[in-house]
Design a binder for this molecule. Structure first.
Ligand SMILES: Cc1ncc(COP(=O)(O)O)c(C=O)c1O
Length: 445
């Protein structure tokens, strides 16, 4: 594969953009390929190389790169009517109505412009509503580039996970291990009356893919009820992907107080949203006293793209199709691992998938876990499959980043740049793509 043009573009980019990219995760080793265009489930780079794409924009692209006709025409008609106004439009009401109709916990929605903005606003709202300061987060969870959640360590010793955040901010954040009911019970016993909210991805999607063990979310719900804290599901990744239109909360049957959305709800355009019961959401200005505002919030083109995307999914077999293709992919990967790297673990559900390069996985899988870890206590791999972000971080992360990603790229398969981020199957993928991908995995592993 020739990458001369991508290399030249990277050279230019390094002079004018820090690290040559606008989002850190795009800076793959030794340099990223620059995308020229998308085509169905594929991307074509600046040198004309074609890849089967499982990055899918890091999650927003439910349909791949060719949008269904109704989505395209909704985008075009709203863009050509004049991009935005600074006054409300009908389409934002329609999208809010759609979300409230389908997502169990949502009665009202505030749209913003990114997942980060959604979680920032949700944290402010939770603090304003409860008049408390502390936020519980999961170690290895990700809620965007925001001060309250870029926090490492544990509940006794929280510290900023990046330069630029005062230590005093991190003191209000209590990181706990995902899937550990005892740890969070202890944190509530110690700090319960100060906890404004527990912020959790229903499935860790940025540190491998770690699904909840039976009863974990129910424990969070119970503790939040007992202590008067809000349970916030960050469904920026899982929203309108896991569990279809009812989202992960519908799939798991747990009702959060607030939900943050992003990615798919904007149909491929910049978006975020905070949803929940009216009596909480109405604490946002102008109906309440928690300040929240944005020039681009509820942008008509984004709203139109999001609404048409979700309506199309409601009317077609989108989730059945992508989930069954992903199941095929995960079970094919499980077979390949059994042969090539039995200690590794296939993870994922619905249209999410990943192989975690676990160092000490069992060499057998139970039936339940034959197409991705289900945290099934009867699976022979249950003790060693990842339960927390730390379990994923302890895997062979360098092998993925330095060798495996490049091997897959050279075989025409575009995966997420490191061991941690989820990958996605789209409506545009075909069985042929899945077969080609499995062949590439079998060779590269
Ligand atoms: C769970 C989760 N929350 C929040 C965010 C931040 O969203 P954005 O990148 O749109 O700011 C992300 C981004 O990947 C995410 O995965």
């Amino acid at each position: 594969m020739n990458h001369e043009r991508s290399r030249d573009l990277y050279d230019r980019a390094l002079s004018v953009m820090p690290g040559g990219v606008n989002s850190s995760v795009r800076a793959t080793q030794p340099y990223p390929f620059f995308v020229d265009s998308g085509d169905g489930a594929h991307v074509i780079d600046a040198d004309g190389n074609r890849y089967v794409d499982y990055v899918m924009g890091y999650g927003p692209l439910l349909y791949g790169h060719d949008l269904p006709e109704p989505v395209q025409s909704a985008i075009q008609s709203h863009a050509s009517a004049g991009p935005m106004y600074g006054a409300p439009t009908e389409v934002e009401v329609e999208l809010a109505e759609f979300v409230a109709r389908h997502v169990p916990s949502v009665e009202m929605v505030r749209f913003v412009n990114s997942g980060t903005e959604a979680t920032v606003s949700a944290v402010r709202l939770a603090r304003g509503y409860t008049e408390r300061n502390k936020i519980v987060v999961m170690q290895g969870g990700y809620h965007g580039a925001q001060e309250s959640t870029l926090v490492a360590g544990d509940a006794d010793n929280p510290s900023p996970s990046t330069a630029g955040i005062p230590h005093s901010f991190a003191e209000h954040t209590l990181p706990v291990p995902f899937n550990d009911s005892e740890a969070i019970r202890t944190v509530f016993e110690d700090h319960g009356d100060d906890i404004a909210a527990v912020l959790v991805e229903p499935i860790l999607g940025n540190k491998g893919i770690v699904t909840p063990v039976d009863g974990y979310h129910e424990t969070l719900r119970e503790l939040c009820n007992d202590y008067g804290s809000l349970l916030v599901f960050d469904e920026v990744i899982t929203g309108f992907r896991v569990g279809g239109l009812q989202c992960a909360q519908g799939k798991f049957g747990v009702t959060p107080d607030l939900t943050t959305f992003g990615k798919i709800v904007g149909g491929g355009f910049p978006v975020g949203a905070i949803g929940g019961k009216s009596n909480i959401i109405e604490h946002f200005t102008p109906s309440g006293d928690v300040f929240q505002s944005g020039t681009f919030s509820g942008h008509p083109v984004t709203m139109a793209a999001g609404l048409a995307t979700l309506e199309y999914a409601a009317e077609h077999d989108v989730y059945d199709h992508i989930n069954s293709l992903a199941e095929q992919l995960r079970s094919g990967l499980t077979d390949i691992l059994a042969d090539r790297a039995p200690e590794y673990t296939v993870v994922g559900t619905d249209s999410m998938f990943k192989t975690i390069f676990t160092r000490d996985g069992a060499t057998e899988r139970g039936e339940q876990c034959g197409a991705g870890c289900r945290q099934d206590p009867n699976c022979p791999n249950f003790e060693s499959c990842p339960k927390t972000g730390a379990d994923v971080a302890n895997a062979e992360t360098d092998r993925w980043e330095r060798l495996f990603w490049q091997e897959m790229k050279d075989r025409g398969v575009f995966l997420t740049a490191n061991q941690f981020e989820s990958q996605f199957v789209s409506y545009a993928h075909t069985e042929e793509d899945i077969e080609k991908t499995l062949e590439a995995y079998a060779e590269a592993l």
